[in-house]
Design a protein. Structure first.
Length: 184
C-alpha cells in the first residue's frame, strides 16, 4: 500500500471512532470577519449548510461542543437554535475547557474530532483523536491536522467534516428531514 493510500485508510478508520465534534468559531464556522455595529456588537455570518450538518449531528446523538474566544448573544442564539448545548464562549484556555468537557461527557480524546484554524487552537488540536482545519487555516494548524478540508472557514468546512464522519458511520441520511432544519 502506498503512503497516501495508507494515510487515507487510517483516517477513514479513525472517523469510525468519532462520537464528539468540537469546533472553534471564528475562522471555522465563520470566515473570520467580524462586522462591528455602531453599538459595538460584533456580528458574524454563518453558513446555512454548516448549520444543517451541525443540527443533524446533534439529532443523530453526537456530542457537539463549541469552544471559542469570541462571545456574543447572537452566537449564543445561533448555537441554541441548532440544539448545541455545550457552548463555551470567551474561552481563554481552550485546553482546560477541552479536558473539563471530556471528563463531564465521559469521552476519550480518541473519540473527538476538533476543527480549528489558528494558533489559539494548536495545543488542544494536538490532544484530539482527529485534528482538522479549513483550507485557509494558518500553516501551524495545517501541520498538525490529519484532515484539511478543501473548503474555507465559514464556507462549508464544518459541513464537509461532519458529513464525512456521518457517512463513514452510516448516519448521514435523515429519513424525515425538516425544511426548517436548514434555516436554523
Amino acid at each position: 500500500m502506498s503512503g497516501v493510500t495508507t494515510s487515507k485508510f487510517v483516517f477513514l478508520q479513525k472517523l469510525k471512532d468519532i462520537t464528539t465534534f468540537v469546533f472553534d468559531v471564528d475562522g471555522v464556522l465563520t470566515d473570520g470577519s467580524i462586522l462591528v455595529s455602531e453599538t459595538g456588537e460584533a456580528l458574524r455570518q454563518f453558513n446555512i449548510k454548516d448549520g444543517y450538518a451541525l443540527q443533524l449531528a446533534v439529532k443523530k446523538g453526537y456530542n457537539v461542543c463549541i469552544i471559542s474566544g469570541g462571545k456574543g448573544k447572537a452566537m449564543e442564539r445561533r448555537f441554541e437554535s441548532l440544539g448545541i448545548t455545550d457552548v463555551y464562549l470567551g474561552a481563554g484556555d481552550k485546553t482546560l475547557l477541552f479536558h473539563e468537557y471530556l471528563a463531564a461527557r465521559s469521552v476519550s480524546q480518541a473519540q473527538v474530532l476538533y476543527m480549528g484554524d489558528d494558533i489559539p487552537d494548536l495545543a488542544v488540536m494536538k490532544l484530539a483523536g482527529i485534528a482538522a482545519c479549513p483550507a485557509d487555516a494558518v500553516p501551524e494548524i495545517k501541520a498538525v491536522s490529519m484532515y484539511i478540508s478543501p473548503f474555507t472557514g465559514g464556507r462549508t468546512a464544518v459541513r464537509d467534516i461532519i458529513e464525512k464522519v456521518l457517512r463513514v458511520q452510516g448516519q448521514w441520511f435523515d429519513r424525515q428531514p425538516d425544511a426548517a432544519d436548514s434555516g436554523k
